[in-house]
Write a protein that binds this ligand. Sequence first.
Ligand code: SF4
Length: 475
Amino acid sequence: MLTSDKFHDECGVVAIFAHPEAEKLAYLGLHALQHRGQESAGIVSSDGLNLHQHKAMGLVADIFTEDVLRPLHGSIAIGHTRYSTAGDSALLNAQPILVQSNKGAIALAHNGNLVNAQHIRQRLESQGSIFQTNSDTEVIVHLIALSREHTLPDAIADALRRVEGAFSLVMMSADRVFAARDPRGFRPLAMGRIAATEGHTRDTIVFASETCAFDLIGAEYVREVKPGELIVVGPDEITSRFYSTSAAQSSCIFEHVYFSRPDSMVFGRAVQTSRENLGRQLAKESPVEADLVVPVPDSGVTAAVGYAAESGIPFRFALIRNHYVGRTFIEPRQSVRDFGVKLKLNPVRSLLEGKRVVLIDDSIVRGTTSRKIVRMIRNAGAREVHMRISCPPTVSSCYYGVDTPSRTQLIAANKSIDEIRDYIGADSLAYLSLEGLKKACGEGEPTRYCTACYTGNYPTDIIDVEEILPAVVRR
Ligand code: SF4
């Protein structure tokens, strides 16, 4: 992620069943999913009888040292890396959530956001339930514990039928792993397999938000967990059931535009293919006479490759990103204009001088960063700057697990495209059309997408937008 003037990723989840070093595979999987959340991370493992956990604030590689992983040694594990979207970002709300219930010890890790969590919570609290966190995820645990169903899979299915919104979940008991997606399939969740070897005699089953986690642990992609599906992986068998089939699919199209890594398969489709298509489609819809196609790194790179290929205009890395930027900086007393952006990006003057530039990015949120980057490119000598955005204007907030600012802060919700062009100081500005976006991401073959942040048409009818706060992070 380049700057805070971006949408924030949500969370990443991983689960490992039947591996002699499940905790280490969970750790590696989380490491591959670090881009989905950088505030906290946790792993719960099972030694066959008891569950053990460790959660902390920070990055996966900093939290999980050899000493921390040693007591987590087990054959089953789940993990979570978090960027808070509901509940604040304190350690209390880090996941997985581990509880002792009347159905035994269970741990749960959640990617997404429930839109009826407050409503359920108030009802359960009025009936005597005591919540330990202010995360929306905890209502699922309470609903499982309170379910009248007698088996854990039945209780989980019962609980999932009562919650609304976005959830890709991995759960575990001492001897089983559970994986489920909400009936609309907002967030991704894939299943993979590591074939048995001499060291371990049965196949290992894994689940992860994105398949880039499989690559690191040597797992092969098997399939998506389907919307409304609950998969149970136990000592003797793998079972699947559909606890709900009532809703139309609405998977988050922004996973393909921005969130997921380009080396991942998401919703059964290669993100790289979608993202390059976005650039190609953008070049068809909004061509311009220019000398260079330049991406805003890293977010605009793949779409820029597509734009350059379609338009025939040369692609150049004319903005160089500093990869070693932490969170806080000491700024000189005499303030430097656009200091924050300059720390992270620097223009290549020798490429830009006298050139007409097509600048590609994946979104404009508030517009402040785009304005600074356009100014930076002009100051480096570019003759013209034409900004192209590989998705439509973002006009609405997300309530399904993506941290978007409120409508008042979204520039496209408050200004026309001409006004935005004037604000960022570009010679021209064009966004991809909604039809172009859907086409580039393969709408309908076989995935149907949510596009609510571009249209304001929310797929859940229960949502009372005025009453639900957009996801915010309180620091
Ligand atoms: Fe994704 Fe936008 Fe829908 Fe949220 S509103 S799930 S970001 S497409």
